[in-house]
Design a protein around this ligand. Structure first.
Ligand code: HEC
Ligand code: HEC
Ligand code: HEC
Ligand code: HEC
Ligand code: HEC
Ligand code: HEC
Length: 451
């Protein structure tokens, strides 16, 4: 009798553990929508409205209240990540300005035409547009074929995300610079995860208290049983036995679970790996000489084309030969061990073995001059903030989708380019309302890049 009761103790323990874990999980599940509700409308019937009605919610957001529809915010989140996050973050300047407070800075009537076609706004002489354009070194923000409702939802998302970051606050004005620039996701959803954390801590504390209580109860029961006279030898053995840890890893159940977790982990890694074959975004090899773009292109403002001489003229942007370094380093920092590596390369007549960072496969054709000289794109659009990089890393994905997306969205730079005059006339006479993008000119045809 007693031995049976005693054996069921671990089971009771396990049942309690499972109960608390599932209880905690259910609580955590419940906590998520609760946290999300902070920025939502008080009117539950508004949930799940169509994008058309979203427009009505936005002026309220612009007025500073945080009343916006969760569906619109979610849609805005997705749109922002897909279109804007490569250049904008909520609280940090990436390529373009930080988005926080945008609804207070500019009215919707300004934001919509700006996002649809910022260069048109600048050309029209809009005071604010010209000012911000000049402030950001005349970098053109691409045009977006988004509907008014879609733009409204992006702004709703920004407003929502900024209130959340303020709420979570933590006082640090998250200047985690590069990291935020890379993932661009800022701290949206931070609120939900912080309440999750509190819940987890509470859960762990409860579990510890529970374990301690159970150990105490077990000891008391042992003492009581030891005092009893009517027990036979087997029962006594049962009471006095020490907990045998080897039983845990010998048990088939534990081995099965560990095995399953291992197999799942390997499977997950393999699938992730297979999905990312050929993707090398973020690749940042160590270079043979500690050459810093931050120092040269950033602080000393040396023009990119001073070193990458063919970037406006040719297919590829060349890497400078040691002779170009010598223009300055025959005088500057001549004693530095890093600079001595340049001298050694010249003495031995051997090129410096820079490690290539960007490399699209030979099956695709990419031409720099077409993009820098003809299209007038800035290096930063594709290479990110090189002038802040101590060591260069691959900023863009360089996938086919990346090329094509930009070709779909970017209007052709036809101004002052006689080659395009007739094409533009032809395009405008057929469908003038649609902007004349790279893809309208055949820039998404396979043979433009593969041949
Ligand atoms: C390729 C980079 C790039 C992308 C992508 C981009 N922007 Fe911009 N954005 C800029 C730059 C640069 C500026 C500063 C103005 C200028 O130089 O034209 C700017 C300015 C702005 C401004 C004005 C900010 C202010 O403080 O007044 C808003 C609003 C804006 N962008 C919204 C968006 C939205 C919304 C998207 C996505 C649909 C987007 N941007 C995508 C680069 C970009
Ligand atoms: C003083 C010379 C110099 C200047 C100025 C300079 N670079 Fe470089 N750049 C180099 C050298 C050397 C390398 C190869 C070593 C490395 O990757 O850091 C390089 C590498 C690069 C790469 C990576 C090439 C690869 O392997 O894929 C990019 C992209 C790049 N530079 C862009 C720029 C841009 C954009 C600017 C202007 C903002 C600039 N560089 C200014 C010398 C220069
Ligand atoms: C237009 C002039 C110029 C050119 C060209 C140039 N540099 Fe520099 N470089 C500088 C200046 C200025 C400094 C900063 C010196 C200082 O900190 O006092 C510097 C610093 C450095 C340093 C840091 C040295 C140290 O020990 O602090 C390295 C490494 C370096 N350069 C490598 C290169 C390489 C490699 C090239 C050729 C690809 C190159 N530089 C081309 C101007 C130049
Ligand atoms: C439209 C996007 C785009 C723009 C704009 C752009 N690059 Fe590139 N860059 C690329 C791609 C893609 C590669 C990889 C090319 C390859 O592997 O053939 C690359 C490679 C490079 C390299 C490595 C050498 C090479 O040609 O493979 C350097 C250096 C470089 N870029 C510098 C620059 C500089 C400097 C500018 C601005 C004047 C610039 N790039 C503008 C997309 C761009
Ligand atoms: C940031 C935007 C952007 C990105 C990213 C970009 N391109 Fe382009 N591309 C343009 C623009 C703008 C033009 C039009 C230039 C002109 O006026 O001819 C263009 C033109 C071209 C052309 C000539 C098309 C024609 O009609 O003659 C080719 C080929 C091309 N790009 C290949 C690529 C490849 C390959 C990639 C990716 C590795 C790429 N581009 C990434 C903006 C981009
Ligand atoms: C704007 C330029 C561009 C256009 C247009 C384009 N591609 Fe690509 N394509 C690329 C680039 C760049 C890569 C290499 C991307 C990579 O390595 O991830 C590529 C890769 C590929 C690959 C190899 C995929 C792989 O995983 O290795 C195939 C197949 C392909 N493209 C087919 C096509 C077809 C079919 C079309 C026409 C519908 C097309 N491409 C149009 C730029 C382009």
């Amino acid at each position: 009798m007693d031995s049976i009761r005693l054996r069921s103790l671990p089971r009771l323990f396990l049942a309690l553990l499972l109960f608390f874990v599932s209880f905690g999980y259910a609580m955590a599940q419940g906590a998520q929508p609760a946290a999300g509700e902070v920025g939502t409308s008080k009117n539950p019937s508004e949930a799940g409205v169509t994008p058309g009605t979203v427009a009505a919610a936005a002026p309220a957001a612009a007025a500073g209240t945080t009343t916006a529809d969760p569906a619109a915010i979610a849609a805005g989140d997705a749109l922002f990540k897909a279109n804007c996050a490569q250049c904008h973050a909520i609280n940090d300047v990436v390529v373009g300005p930080a988005m926080a407070g945008i609804a207070k800075r500019r009215p919707m009537s300004w934001l919509i035409p700006w996002i649809k076609n910022s260069s048109k706004m600048v050309a029209s002489g809009d005071e604010y547009a010209v000012k911000i354009f000049n402030e950001y070194q005349k970098q053109q923000m691409p045009s977006f074929q988004l509907s008014d409702a879609e733009i409204t939802s992006i702004i709703a998302y920004v407003t929502d995300a900024e209130t959340k970051t303020v709420a979570v606050g933590t006082g640090l004005d998250s200047k985690s610079g590069d990291q935020a620039a890379v993932d661009g996701t800022a701290t949206a959803g931070g609120e939900a995860s912080s309440s999750m954390n509190i819940l987890l801590i509470v859960l762990v504390v409860v579990l510890i208290v529970l374990v301690v209580t159970l150990v105490i109860i077990a000891n008391i029961m042992k003492d009581v049983l030891r005092g009893r006279k009517d027990l036979d030898g087997r029962d006594r053995e049962q009471i006095e036995q020490r907990f045998d840890y080897s039983r845990i890893y010998k048990s088939t159940a534990v081995r099965g679970i560990v095995g399953a977790v291992f197999v799942l982990a390997v499977l997950y890694e393999t699938i992730q790996g297979a999905m990312g074959v050929g993707l090398s975004q973020g690749y940042q090899p160590t270079q043979p000489i500690a050459f810093s773009h931050k120092l040269h292109a950033g602080e000393n403002q040396i023009d990119c084309a001073y070193c990458h001489t063919s970037v406006y003229k040719g297919k590829s942007a060349n890497i400078p030969s040691p002779n170009i370094c010598m223009n300055c380093h025959s005088q500057i920092k001549t004693e530095s061990p890093e600079i001595k590596k340049i001298y050694r390369a010249i003495e031995r007549k051997q090129p410096i073995q820079w490690v290539r960072v960007h490399n699209i496969p030979d099956l695709a054709y990419f031409n720099h001059s077409q993009h820098t000289q003809v299209a007038g794109l800035e290096c930063v659009t594709c290479h990110g903030p090189i002038e802040n990089m101590e060591v260069v890393y691959q900023y863009s994905a360089l996938t086919m989708g990346w090329c094509i997306n930009c070709h779909r969205e970017t209007p052709l730079n036809t101004k002052g380019n006689g080659y395009y005059d007739n094409l533009v006339k032809l395009h405008d006479s057929k469908n003038g309302a649609v902007p004349f993008t790279v893809s309208s000119n055949g820039g998404t045809e396979c043979s433009k890049c593969h041949y």
